[in-house]
Design a protein around this ligand. Structure first.
Ligand SMILES: Cc1cc2nc3c(=O)[nH]c(=O)nc-3n(C[C@H](O)[C@H](O)[C@H](O)COP(=O)(O)OP(=O)(O)OC[C@H]3O[C@@H](n4cnc5c(N)ncnc54)[C@H](O)[C@@H]3O)c2cc1C
Length: 419
C-alpha cells in the first residue's frame, strides 16, 4: 500500500519505519528541513513509564488558577489561550476526578511499558546510537508530604511490573552520589530502576536513516496546507508546492494534527502545552547526575545526555506561540543552580541553547493511535509529555493496526473514538 505520513517528529519517523518494514511504500512530509526539528528536538530525554500519571491530577484547577499570580508556577495558563481551551479545558478538568485520573494513569502506563519493550527490540536489531543510558530515574523532594503522595501513587505502577524504591539519607546518595552537596535540602527521593534516557533528536535521526534504507522517501521543507476529503476518504494532501496522493495517510503532526485534521472536517482534540529546555555543555565538569533527576517541586528535570546536561520542564498553555519567555527559562536556570551549585563556574552562557516546544496534549493524557472516522486516515498524535517514552510502541501498534494484525496491547483505549 502507498502511505503518506504527515510529520517527521518522533512519532512520524518511527511510524514510517515500522510501515516500511511491513513492505509499504512510504512518503513522509514535513515542513522543517530535517527530522525532529519541532517538539522532538530538545526534550528532557527521559524514557520514563514511571511518569505515566497525567498532569491533570486532582487539584489541577487550583494549580492553574494560582498560576495567574505566580511567575514561578510549574503550570502557566496565559489569558490569550483561554478561548481556544474552553471545551477541551472542561474535559481536561473533568479527567482530574480521581477514578478517571487513575484510569488514565493505567492506560498511559500500559503503552509506555509496551513501548520500552519495542525500543529494546530496536536497540537489539539496529546499530543505533543516541546517548542512551539505562540507569533508572530519580524523583527528588523537598517536603515529606509530596514524597509520601508519590510513593502511594507509584503503588499503581506495580500493576505494570514496574518497581520503585523510596530512598533517603545514605540510600539517596548511593543511588545518585552527585546530590551530596545539596542533600541537606532534600527530604528524599523515589528511585525507578527500570527507567531509561537518551537523546530523542539523535534517535529520530538514526531511525530516519534506517527508514531510508527500507525505501522511505522523506520530503522536507514542505508545508501541508490541507487534506482533501472526497466521499469517505482523503483523496490528497495539498502542500504549498504540490499534491500528494496515496492509498492511506497517517497524521503525526504533533500539536498541529488538530489544524490539519480540521481541513478535512475531522475533530482531533489536542492542545499545545509549551515546555522549555536548556542544553548546557558540561565543559569539563564531572559532578553531574548519572541518571535523570526530576525535581517534583519545580516540575522539571535534569538529564545527562552525552556531553551536555538537558534541563527541561514547565507547562504553559499559550496556544501555538513558541516564543521563549524569560521567566520560564529563568526557572530552569534556578533549578540547575539549586541542585548543582558547583556547576555554575563551568557554564559558558554563550554555549547554552535555550529552546521551547509544544507538547501535543490530550485532555485525558493518552495519545490517539489508530483509525479515524475517515476511512483511509490514521492518526498517531497527542503524546503530551511522554512522546519519547511512547514513540516506539505507538508506531508499532499503528503498523499492526494498519496491517490488520493482532496488537500486543488492546488498541481501543487509544482510539480517537474514545471521546
Ligand atoms: C520541554 C519538553 C520536555 C519533554 N520531555 C520529554 C521526556 O523527557 N520524555 C518523553 O517521553 N517526552 C518528553 N516530551 C514530549 C515529547 O517531546 C513529545 O511528546 C514528542 O516530541 C511529540 O512528537 P511528535 O512527533 O508527535 O511531534 P513533533 O516532534 O512536534 O513532530 C511533528 C512534526 O510535524 C510537522 N508539521 C506540523 N505541521 C505541519 C504542516 N502543516 N506541514 C508539514 N509538517 C508539519 C512539524 O514540523 C514536526 O516535525 C517533552 C516535551 C517538551 C516540550
Amino acid at each position: 500500500m502507498k502511505i503518506t505520513v504527515i510529520g517527521a517528529g518522533l512519532l512520524g519517523v518511527t511510524t514510517a519505519y515500522f510501515l516500511a518494514k511491513d513492505g509499504h511504500e512510504v512518503d513522509v512530509i514535513d515542513r522543517a528541513n530535517g527530522p525532529a526539528m519541532e517538539t522532538s528536538f530538545a526534550n528532557a530525554g527521559m524514557l520514563t513509564p514511571s511518569m505515566a500519571d497525567p498532569w491533570n491530577a486532582p487539584g489541577i484547577l487550583g494549580t492553574l488558577l494560582s498560576s495567574f499570580f505566580s511567575a514561578h508556577s510549574s503550570f502557566k495558563l496565559r489569558a490569550k489561550a483561554i478561548p481556544s481551551m474552553i471545551g477541551w479545558g472542561l474535559t481536561f478538568l473533568n479527567n482530574s476526578r480521581k477514578p478517571l485520573y487513575l484510569n488514565n494513569l493505567h492506560r498511559s502506563a500500559a503503552l509506555a511499558c509496551y513501548s520500552m519493550d519495542i525500543l529494546a527490540n530496536l536497540n537489539e536489531e539496529l546499530d543505533i546510537h543516541y546517548d542512551g543510558i539505562t540507569t533508572g530515574s530519580l524523583k527528588v523532594f523537598r517536603d515529606q508530604n509530596s514524597l509520601n503522595k508519590l510513593a502511594k501513587l507509584s503503588e499503581h505502577l506495580k500493576d505494570h511490573d514496574m518497581t520503585f524504591r523510596v530512598v533517603k539519607g545514605d540510600a539517596l546518595l548511593e543511588v545518585e552520589p552527585s546530590l551530596a552537596p545539596v542533600a541537606h535540602n532534600l527530604c528524599g527521593g523515589v528511585y525507578f530502576p527500570e527507567d531509561h534516557a537518551g537523546n530523542a533528536y539523535l534517535f529520530t535521526c538514526e531511525i530516519e536513516k534506517e527508514a531510508r534504507k527500507l525505501g522511505v522517501n522523506f520530503h522536507y521543507g514542505i508545508d501541508v496546507q490541507k487534506m482533501v476529503k472526497e466521499g469517505s476518504k482523503v483523496s490528497r494532501i495539498i502542500t504549498a508546492s504540490n499534491e500528494f496522493l496515496a492509498d492511506s495517510f497517517v497524521l503525526a503532526a504533533g500539536s498541529y494534527s488538530t489544524l490539519i485534521a480540521k481541513s478535512a472536517g475531522l475533530f482531533v482534540p489536542i492542545r499545545p502545552a509549551k515546555g522549555y529546555s536548556l542544553t548546557v555543555p558540561l565543559n569539563g565538569w564531572n559532578g553531574g547526575p548519572r541518571m535523570p533527576l526530576i525535581d517534583d517541586g519545580f516540575h522539571a528535570a535534569i538529564s545527562p545526555l552525552g556531553n551536555v546536561l538537558r534541563v527541561a520542564g514547565t507547562a504553559e498553555f499559550a496556544g501555538y506561540d513558541r516564543s521563549l519567555t524569560r521567566d520560564r527559562l529563568d526557572n530552569l536556570y534556578h533549578l540547575l543552580d539549586e541542585i548543582y551549585p558547583g556547576f555554575k563556574p563551568f557554564i559558558d552562557t554563550d554555549k547554552v541553547t535555550e529552546w521551547a516546544g509544544l507538547r501535543p496534549l490530550t485532555a485525558d493524557g493518552s495519545p490517539f493511535i489508530g483509525k479515524t472516522e475517515i476511512e483511509n486516515l490514521y492518526i498517531n498524535a497527542g503524546h503530551g509529555p511522554l512522546g519519547w517514552t511512547m514513540a516506539a510502541g505507538s508506531a508499532k501498534m499503528l503498523a499492526d493496526i494498519i496491517a490488520n494484525r493482532r496488537t500486543t496491547i488492546d488498541p481501543k483505549p487509544y482510539s480517537l473514538g474514545r471521546y
